[in-house]
Design a binder for this molecule. Structure first.
Ligand code: LER
Ligand code: MN
Length: 281
């Protein structure tokens, strides 16, 4: 069993110079860093250079779905600017050699539809397809991430993401589970991974309380076993956030102290112990 590749999402380090984030992630033995999707304020060339110097990769870009970024919005101007945002993030990812751009079809914290389900789905499919066709020649894959019901009404479970992804007809990418959201929405996290393993592009890991694995009540042994059994080859990227309803609000408030050195170290140590336990069984 080949070991998984690990990344840490710099979302929770928000406000810190990315050089310090890259240094921390490399120091604790990560393979890569996941970078926040703000291409107008972050310098892709500098991030790539810093990551190269530290001997790590940029795994992925965590797009930021603020209220005005919504591929399923009834206003065509909002949809057009959001498609442009996803294309810009794909360019940003390509410049850092990142293989994955995370996409969600609606704004985060939007919990009610603004148009019919059929219209919203059609707009989402068209937008994802247009952005994906832009990303493909850049070597960038899209990853459709499910969120829990308190952050979105649109796509909560892997089966929904799989159906949406198939409808786009794209081949550069797939779907994404985040164990924090999955704990709320899936009947069984391991079963959901087993059923959709061949379509998995990326995985976010966090415990039940969005803290480092081991700090909550998820059992990561059957979760990792399922990922091993389906032959998952992508990154396991820790997305850990302080307790808050709005993940991007939490990010702007800045990470709490535990999320810097303490959880960065604990997360990878815990998961490597889980991997070792499975390999020894
Ligand atoms: C949002 O809750 C989330 O899980 C992030 O990955 C944002 O892309
Ligand atoms: Mn996530």
């Amino acid at each position: 069993m080949a070991p998984f590749r690990y990344a840490y999402n710099a979302l929770v380090y928000f406000g810190e110079d990315i050089a310090d984030s890259i240094d921390r992630v490399a120091r604790f033995g990560y393979d890569a860093i996941e970078v926040v999707g703000e291409p107008t304020t972050l310098d892709a060339k500098r991030i790539k250079r810093l990551a190269d110097d530290a001997g790590i990769a940029v795994s992925s870009v965590c797009s930021i779905y603020t209220a005005e970024r919504d591929l399923a919005h009834p206003d065509p101007a909002v949809r057009t600017s959001t498609v442009q945002y996803v294309k810009d993030v794909a360019d940003f990812a390509a410049a850092m050699g990142a293989e994955t751009v995370i996409v969600h079809p609606t704004a985060c914290m939007k919990t009610q539809a603004l148009a019919s389900a059929a219209d919203e789905r059609r707009w989402a499919v068209e937008g994802i397809r247009a952005a994906g066709e832009h990303a493909a020649p850049l070597g960038v894959n899209l990853s459709l991430e499910c969120w829990n019901r308190y952050e979105t009404y649109f796509m909560n479970r892997l089966e929904q993401a799989a159906s949406l992804w198939r409808e786009t007809g794209l081949t550069n990418g797939g779907i994404q589970g985040d164990t924090f959201h999955m704990g709320l929405e899936e009947a069984s996290i391991p079963e959901a991974f087993r059923q959709h393993g061949s379509m998995l592009q990326h995985v976010h890991l966090a415990d039940s309380n969005r803290a480092a694995p081991g700090a909550g009540h998820l059992d990561f042994v059957p979760i990792v076993q399922a990922l091993v059994d389906v032959g998952y080859q992508g990154y396991l990227s820790f997305e850990l956030l302080p307790a808050s309803a709005d993940p991007f609000g939490a990010m702007k408030a800045g990470g709490q102290e535990a999320f810097f050195d303490r959880y960065t170290e604990q997360a990878i140590r815990y998961m490597k112990a889980v991997e070792a336990q499975i390999a020894a069984a």
